[in-house]
Ligand binder design. Sequence first.
Ligand code: PNS
Length: 162
Amino acid sequence: MKKRRSAVYPGSFDPITNGHIDLVHRALKIFDDLTIAVLVNPKKTPLFSLQERMEIIKEVFKHESRVKVDYFEGLLIDFLKKKKSNIVIRGLRAVSDFELEFQMALINRKLSPEFETFFMVPGLNYTFLNSSVIKEIYSFGGRAPDLVPPIVEKYLIERFKK
Ligand code: PNS
């Protein structure tokens, strides 16, 4: 029987944007299933709790059975070992992403030699997009409905309601 190709897509996803979603759909053309792994980072205070971030992602992919949603704390390589996976998907939007992503990929491989990072480029419409920009727009009352899914827009409007 052919072995299933599984990958992990880690990130803060605070909140997930259409750029992340675009990348998931691209990855599903290559991998049989994908685990979106939401980071619990004790050093940061996210806008959305872990539960909210996971709830949003589950809603976005409720019709895609090949996408699983999970969370992790600590080292990414430990989560991968737990999941019996060795492939991580990361998006590269521009050259500016490269330095940090390159460092993370090599550190992870140093910690776990079988670790592989699979870099993917999102659609051109999303190269300027990240979660921080989205939070800033909505915090000042702006709207960007073509950059986030409707459920994220709903959560953002609710969170920044005066
Ligand atoms: O969405 P983000 O914030 O760019 O995702 C960053 C993430 C979660 C991939 C990265 O911070 C991470 O893997 N954190 C876990 C800690 C870890 O494993 N550190 C060692 C490698 S640098």
